[in-house]
Design a protein around this ligand. Sequence first.
Ligand code: B4P
Length: 190
Amino acid sequence: MLNIVLFGPPGAGKGTQSAKLIDKYQLVHLSTGDLLRSEIAAGTELGLKAKGLMAAGMLVPDDVVIGMIDNKLAQNPSSNGFIFDGFPRTIPQAEALDVLLKSRGTGISAMIALEVEEQELISRLLIRGQSSGRPDDQNETLIAQRVTEYNTKTRPVADFYKAQGKFHSVYGIGEIEEIFGNLCTVMDSL
Ligand code: B4P
């Protein structure tokens, strides 16, 4: 199995590039952001818990997202592998993912990080906010809060995979196709 963690700050292009990677490599896309937004749209108890936190640019509790990922792994027992998009976002999530995959006889093949400077992230998300209707894309203060959450809680997750010798990085500014090509070069080397 090819199990990839696609990593990067909010707006780095994880969702954009995941869509292309799952097509080319026939992998299952697991985006915790998308899963949480569907829970909110369905008005579930979990969605109600997540809604306020997401709108405020905060991470939702680890046990909530770990439970969602566990369910999705169980629903796709015979896939070629997974692209984890926006997960793990904390060290406890990374540790839990290792346990979940190990119990299924597999593991993470690589983390690929998209590197994008903060000013570019803010401008991308403000542009997306004009059409997405996402409450967390609406103003610079909220977006900056998400970047702060990323810098304090999520950035250290890269070290977790560096310690396992699984970390790769790709520059995330430029044409989407060019960035995709560079991601594929890493994927094909695994
Ligand atoms: P996510 O849904 O993961 O949101 P994101 O990080 O903002 O999106 P992404 O990074 O995928 O967007 P993309 O770059 O593709 O999370 C939202 C919230 O959910 C979090 O803040 C948190 O509250 C919660 N959450 C999710 N997972 C969690 C977890 N594991 N633990 C706890 N909480 C969790 O796109 C950005 C924009 O850039 C798009 O408009 C795109 O068109 C554009 N773009 C992409 N590539 C470009 C390029 N090369 N050039 C120009 N523009 C580009």
